[in-house]
Design a protein around this ligand. Structure first.
Ligand code: RUQ
Ligand code: CUA
Length: 648
């Protein structure tokens, strides 16, 4: 870390601004002046400056919001920048009790059930890459998508209420990684497989790897009106059994195309226990792997033509041979075990960095197009995919340092690349291919995110380094260390580390940072009786005066309202074996007047936000007396906001 100026110099500088007249003394420390506090806390001038740049006084708001993956927590984190304050943990693939997500509401049960895979209920996810929806290559603040690497799925979050609305599965893939990424107008949400497996989900021995195992990329069609992915309009493209990694969509001149890198072009199958080379060695033999260049716009046309696709596990798939014959799929060599692929803001260049190669390789879109037009191929791979000539399509290579992974952008040709092995961020210019500076980070940086960094007009200003290890940065909390998000000031000629932000759930991978004023977030639901699942007022929502209990055969329907500080009704009496259906509306529209609804010993807990209505259905299978109560401290008489479920 850079330390500017000596302590005595600092004291002089700060003494000038100190509030001398009223200084109070605590053991000889002047706690009423900046200089006194800085001296007592041993803060350098750079420290005080960093604090001043990140401190957001009470009542003021952050300039940006960062949406970060929550890693294997399965959730999404919302963090303010520059304060780095955690604002929300959005329940996505994992139940989240405070939000009542996955604890009783029928709507959430359906959502969770839609994420079942191979007949298993899955209650976690490994979220890697959040993607904000875009309009004309710019974040539009409407939706957020995120992938689950472990169980190939994509979730859709509506940014009006920041709640998960949809989970779709990708049964073709064994696991996924290259996504979520969106096309410039969010026509498609893209997802690519990682570890190859048979697309039809069947068993195949590893001896048949080259024949039966496959990769794939799926283009999920997004219906912006409905705010949902439309599986009927979605399709996949079959790929060789390389392990696909990250992807990015073209923009500007490269709009309509996408880029997807891969490793394990060796098609190693591991087996250390039988004396075979372990994956880590087998997968890293080739000096070059392949960057896939895919014409998604034309692929969408091909997918719509009769006879051009096959159906596998209910999904439309363009076979590899068709992708080649239709000119949808090309490869270009990329150095060694690449990880990140990031298209420049103007869409003219594609930057690839390889874990085992110290360079950033910069491809020219113009040269790629020319090579495709002139069939300038250096050969084809084992599956007949044409390989463009490497030297014909690169703009150049720049040595950045050890273990370059991911690149983010700022204005004026500035690029920032994480260096995993060096624990540093390299700043360079992608126009002139000059390395400008490096900033140490702590430690083992994976992704980095810059403000509006994936748009056609990045803002610069801030960079967040999402570090894999924290080691000595925080007070120990046991062998499992917090994750460390480090905020870096990139507004000046030199980068400056501003803040360490421990994250108590892991392991976050990627994040995107959006200007806060682009978001249009609701502070209450628009109307009383709102169903966040359909994003409309529910016909069936009980309103004030509608409260009642109706028996329909074995079903007991309870129409309940919640308001500070009571539920109506307060007594629910049923017989053992009855099916209880609770319809509950929070009939208040006051900001922050959220009521919870928990039934003891039934694993039910709802969060009824202002205006919200929800339904819970369960069988009263045990006789007894079960209090129910509001779990949010909503008023002075919150403890009185309770009732009894009496099961006879
Ligand atoms: S990963 S640390 Cu995006 Cu899943 Cu690179
Ligand atoms: Cu409602 Cu406490």
């Amino acid at each position: 870390m850079k330390r500017i100026g000596s302590r005595s110099h600092l004291a002089l500088v700060l003494a000038a601004v100190a509030f001398v007249g009223l200084s109070a003394c605590r053991a000889g420390v002047d706690t009423t002046s900046v200089g006194g506090v800085a001296e007592a806390r041993e803060l350098s001038e750079a420290d005080v400056l960093a604090a001043a740049k990140t401190y957001v006084p009470t009542g003021r708001m952050d300039e940006y919001l960062m949406f970060s993956s929550g890693g294997h927590s399965g959730q999404v984190l919302v963090i303010g920048i520059p304060s780095m304050r955690l604002l929300k943990v959005i329940g996505v693939f994992t139940p989240e009790p405070w939000q009542g997500y996955g604890y009783g509401a029928e709507e959430h049960k359906e959502l969770m059930a839609s994420g079942e895979m191979s007949g298993h209920e899955i209650t976690w996810g490994d979220t890697h890459h959040p993607a904000l929806s875009e309009t004309d290559g710019d974040y539009d603040g409407q939706f957020l998508f995120i992938n689950d690497k472990a169980n190939p799925r994509i979730a859709v979050i509506d940014l009006r209420d920041m709640e998960t609305k949809q989970i779709v599965t990708d049964p073709l893939m064994g696991s996924n990684h290259g996504g979520a990424f969106v096309t410039p107008n969010t026509e498609y949400v893209i997802e690519a497989s990682q570890y190859a497996a048979p697309l039809d989900g069947s068993y195949a021995s590893l001896d048949e790897y080259k024949d039966k195992y496959r990769g794939a990329v799926t283009l999920f069609k997004f219906d912006r009106e409905r705010g949902r992915i439309d599986l009927d309009q979605s399709f996949s493209i079959e790929l060789p059994p390389y392990w696909q990694d990250l992807s990015d969509a073209g923009k500007g001149p490269s709009a309509g195309w996408m880029f997807l890198n891969s490793f394990n072009t060796e098609m190693a199958t591991g087996g250390i226990e039988s004396g075979n080379p372990p994956f880590e060695a087998g997968v890293s033999q080739n000096d070059m792997d392949y960057l896939a260049i895919i014409n998604w716009e034309q692929a969408a046309d091909v997918a719509a033509q009769p006879g051009k696709t096959v159906t596998i596990q209910g999904r439309r798939v363009i076979p590899m041979a068709t992708a080649v014959s239709e000119g949808l799929l090309y490869f270009v060599p990329e150095p060694k075990s690449p990880h990140g692929i990031d298209v420049t803001p103007d869409g003219t260049k594609m930057v690839v960095s390889g874990k085992l190669d110290p360079h950033a390789t910069v491809y020219s879109w113009e040269k790629i197009q020319a090579a495709i037009a002139n069939s300038q191929f250096s050969g084809e791979d084992e599956y007949g995919v044409p390989i463009l000539d490497f030297d014909a399509v690169i703009e150049g290579q720049l040595e950045l340092g050890l273990g370059p992974l991911h690149t983010q952008y700022a204005p004026d040709g500035m690029a920032f690349t994480s260096l995993f092995l060096e624990s540093a961020v390299a700043k360079w210019n992608y126009e002139t291919l000059e390395l400008l500076e490096k900033q140490e980070v702590h430690y083992n940086v994976g992704h980095i995110a810059t403000a509006e960094g994936d748009t056609k007009s990045p803002d610069g200003g801030y960079l967040v380094s999402l570090n894999k290890w924290a080691i000595d940065r925080f007070h120990p909390v046991g062998p499992l260390h917090p994750q460390n998000f480090q905020l870096v000031d990139i507004s000046g000629p030199e980068m400056a580390l501003l803040y360490d932000s421990p994250i108590g759930i892991g392991e976050p991978h990627y994040a995107q940072i959006i200007k806060a004023d682009k978001l249009n977030v609701w502070t209450t639901y628009p109307e009383v009786g709102w169903d966040p699942h359909t994003m409309a007022k529910a016909e069936s929502a009980p309103l004030a005066g509608d409260e009642r209990i109706e028996r329909r055969g074995n079903e007991v329907h309870v129409f309940m309202t919640a308001i500070r500080s009571h539920f109506t009704p307060e007594h629910i009496t049923v017989n053992r074996g009855d099916e209880v259906v609770l319809h509950i509306t929070n009939i208040e529209l006051a900001q922050d007047a959220t009521h919870g609804f928990a039934i003891d010993k039934h694993n039910v807990n709802l969060s009824l936000e202002p205006g919200e209505t929800q339904t819970v259905r369960f069988v009263a299978d045990r006789a007894g007396v079960f209090p129910f109560y509001c779990t949010e401290f909503c008023s002075a008489l919150h403890l009185e906001m309770a009732g009894y479920l009496l099961v006879k």
